[in-house]
Design a protein around this ligand. Structure first.
Ligand code: PHE
Length: 448
């Protein structure tokens, strides 16, 4: 007998872990900066619609497959497949998920490492170590390697501790802290001069800005933000008890994810305009808002600097928020290859964690050493191509390949009277037809 599989001890534990996976740099950084860079409130609207119409149904496919098969993505897709061909394709898709999850983690750990370094900076300044402070916020290879290693190490320690004592415990501790920090920061920023202009840009839609490109970018954002396609939600679903209702928990995870992305916008956009009021350049030479890394790593730190000693604490709170958000997501990425190694290769958890953690750190190292060539490329391959294509494959597995009666039985578990819900009437055919078509249509547009 192999060791019993890990399981979340309660539905709150699952909720914290799954919401922790979903809420990450994608929400606090990606979403507000994309909104700032492409049409403000128009982007926000399209994103909200796509999150519920597309990402939520796809999330349900992963959770249902995972809980039914009670295993990692490779084994799960092979389990629900019917013949040798679909079993082979299932294994291949599952393996694709593991590779893409690992690639995402390899760049995510670099960015999260920057956040840890920026979190350390105010401490160095407080102790008068100005050389160290400069090194921490500079952009050297040594700094990047050091902090990627530190962040990867933190991720590995949590994953080595297992589902309940690692993932669940840390997510349950970190998620409420994240919310408190974020609300405090919002209250502070909104009380500063210039903040209202940012709110206006964020909340007043200019509908003329909605075009196919914006829709595609919003779809990619929704997929990334809900951690879809790569088997993270599948494996978390596999640790969930049969007593819980999947449609309800999935809806809650989606609501929390969207809610926190939206709330993060109330922090980031006003903060940009506060920075402008304080004399920081927030538009590039070509007149566009500075989005992306420049925003988080230059505009906001410049603002914190302006604020004197209060700025030191605000800066700590802000980067602590970023590190927490990153960590609850990075553990969910590492769990994907680790669960595969434990279940399919029969490696003990600690060894599996070290092995996979080190392989992924090696990939991060290669990216850092060839930053200009690889960083953007890996992000694009994994999130723009990998995640949507795997998402389509998962919907097809749930909708077409898996035996219908088994899928429906699994949905019923833990949800009394599900037959009378709208979800029951719509989702089973929606995931079959509408989801794959919508994803493919948006995808085709980007390729041609
Ligand atoms: N959802 C996470 C974020 O928004 C990223 C993520 C992607 C996590 C894929 C797990 C798997 O930052």
């Amino acid at each position: 007998m192999s060791a019993p599989r890990g399981q979340f001890s309660s539905n709150i534990g699952f909720l914290m872990a799954a919401a922790g996976s979903a809420v990450g740099l994608g929400n606090i950084w990606g979403f507000p900066t994309k909104a700032a860079g492409s049409g403000g409130a128009a982007f926000v609207m399209v994103y909200l619609i796509l999150a519920f119409l597309l990402a939520y149904p796809a999330l349900m496919a992963e959770l249902t497959i995972g809980r039914y098969a009670r295993s990692n993505m490779v084994h799960a897709l092979r389990t629900i497949a019917k013949g040798p061909v679909s079993r082979f394709l299932g294994g291949l898709t599952g393996f694709g998920g593991i590779v893409v999850a690992s690639l995402i983690l390899s760049f995510y750990a670099i960015v999260a490492g920057w956040m840890v370094a920026h979190l350390a900076e105010p401490f160095a300044s407080l102790f008068g170590a100005s050389d160290a402070a400069q090194w921490l916020t500079g952009d050297s290879t040594a700094r990047n390697l050091t902090f990627t290693a530190i962040f990867s190490g933190m991720t590995m320690v949590i994953i080595a501790a297992g589902v309940e004592k690692g993932i669940e415990r840390w997510s349950t501790l970190l998620m409420p802290s994240l919310l408190i920090l974020m609300l405090l920061l919002i209250l502070y920023v909104l009380s500063q001069p210039g903040a209202m202009k940012g709110l206006e840009v964020y909340l007043m839609p200019d509908l003329s800005l909605i075009d196919p490109e914006l829709m595609l970018s919003a779809m990619g954002q929704a997929f990334f933000s809900l951690s879809l396609g790569v088997g993270t939600m599948l494996i978390y679903g596999s640790y969930l008890s049969q007593q819980e209702s999947l449609p309800r928990l999935g809806a809650l995870v989606t609501l929390i994810d969207v809610g926190i992305a939206f709330t993060a916008g109330l922090l980031i956009l006003p903060a940009m305009y506060v920075a402008q009021e304080a004399g920081t350049q927030i538009f590039s030479a070509s007149g566009e808002l500075i989005a992306g890394p420049g925003l988080i790593l230059q505009v906001l730190p410049a603002l914190f600097n302006e604020m004197g000693s209060a700025g030191l604490f605000v800066s700590m709170a802000f980067f602590a928020l970023m590190v927490i958000a990153s960590l609850t997501s990075s553990i969910s990425m590492l769990e994907v290859p680790v669960a595969f190694a434990i279940e399919s290769l029969k490696v003990p958890r600690k060894a599996a964690t070290s092995l996979m953690g080190l392989v992924i750190f090696a990939i991060s190292t290669v990216i850092i050493l060839n930053f200009d060539a690889l960083f953007g490329l890996v992000i694009s391959i994994s999130t723009e191509y990998g995640q949507p294509l795997l998402g389509v494959a998962l919907c097809i597995f749930a909708g077409w390949i898996w035996r219908r009666d088994q899928l429906l039985m699994e949905l019923k578990e833990g949800h009394e009277n599900i037959e009378s819900t709208l979800f029951w009437k719509i989702w089973p055919w929606y995931v079959r037809i509408v989801c794959p078509l919508l994803i493919l249509a948006a995808f085709a547009q980007s390729v041609f």
